[in-house]
Design a protein around this ligand. Structure first.
Ligand SMILES: Nc1ncnc2c1ncn2[C@@H]1O[C@H](COP(=O)(O)OP(=O)(O)OP(=O)(O)O)[C@@H](O)[C@H]1O
Ligand SMILES: CC(C)(CO)[C@@H](O)C(=O)NCCC(=O)O
Ligand SMILES: [K+]
Length: 247
């Protein structure tokens, strides 16, 4: 069994790969202080994996904490996948391939496998990313925009008079309090921005291409986007599964 890990900036997701199937999906909220202890407790209940394969777009410290858990529990080294110029049927659009987010790279590999006709991919995570992929596996490039929660944090941290804490709340506009104005602004602003990104990136993708959506924010974002989208909650892990099976 191979343990697949998607270490994002908000959450860390994992699943077990055996016999070509993904099972035992789990997630840890990395914004909580004791997330690493929580991860260790959750992982101590799964059978020892032969390999641990992952992507990490979070800090070096978080990467190190994940490595420490795998080492302590199973004496395993985590194999972190980094984007290359090409691999697993995908050709990276970046002039400096290593600078593409490893989660975007894995999502493209996952898309290559489930949508050989090409795809437009939306990942609604901490950041919202949109990427294009053609029928030859060429990555067409993409877009990066702050997600809802991140936008609220940014406003809170970058101003003197806005202080936001706690969970995101649905709010209507016009808002009659700072909270309502900020939550409503983030909700409608990010939705409008995501629509604009999709409208820019999707026309560059093959007309018959799939529209694939992933990320923890897909449920709220999808109804805001034009067109019919296929939910692939584990697209990044699906890409990692393709890598694991081929190496
Ligand atoms: N239980 C939850 N905990 C945290 N975020 C959640 C939860 N449910 C939904 N979300 C939404 O999912 C988003 C995080 O999604 P996801 O887990 O895909 O992010 P991530 O992988 O950490 O992001 P990134 O890869 O961009 O760093 C949050 O910004 C929020 O909008
Ligand atoms: C954009 C995020 C934060 C999305 O998780 C991640 O893919 C990342 O840190 N990327 C590096 C920058 C880039 O992809 O160009
Ligand atoms: K993500």
């Amino acid at each position: 069994m191979t343990l697949l890990v998607d270490a994002g900036n908000t959450r860390l997701k994992w699943a077990r790969l055996s016999g070509g199937r993904l099972t035992g999906h789990g997630a840890a909220d990395c914004l909580e202080a004791a997330w690493a202890q929580g991860l260790e407790a959750a992982w101590s209940r799964i059978p020892p994996p032969a390999r641990v394969l992952g992507v990490c777009v979070a800090s070096q410290a978080r990467r190190g904490a994940v490595e420490a858990v795998a080492r302590r529990l199973w004496r395993r080294t985590v194999e972190w996948i980094e984007p290359a110029g090409q691999g697993w049927g995908v050709i990276n659009a970046y002039a400096e391939p290593a600078l593409l987010g490893a989660d975007r790279w894995a999502a493209l590999i996952g898309a290559r496998r489930c949508a050989p006709q090409g795809a437009c991919i939306v990942d609604a995570g901490t950041a919202i990313t949109v990427d294009g992929l053609d029928a030859e596996g060429r990555h067409l490039g993409g877009a990066i925009f702050p997600g809802r929660e991140l936008l609220v944090r940014t406003l809170s941290q970058g101003t003197g008079r806005i202080e936001m804490g706690g969970a995101f709340q649905a709010a209507e506009l016009p808002g009659r309090s700072t909270e309502a104005a900020v939550y409503g602004g983030a909700r409608y602003g990010v939705a409008a921005a995501a629509r604009a990104l999709v409208e820019q990136v999707c026309p560059a993708c093959p007309p018959a291409g799939a529209r694939l959506a992933t990320g923890g924010g897909a449920d709220w974002l999808l109804p805001e986007l034009p067109g019919a989208w296929q939910r692939r909650p584990a697209l990044v892990l699906e890409g990692l599964a393709a890598v694991a099976e081929a190496s």
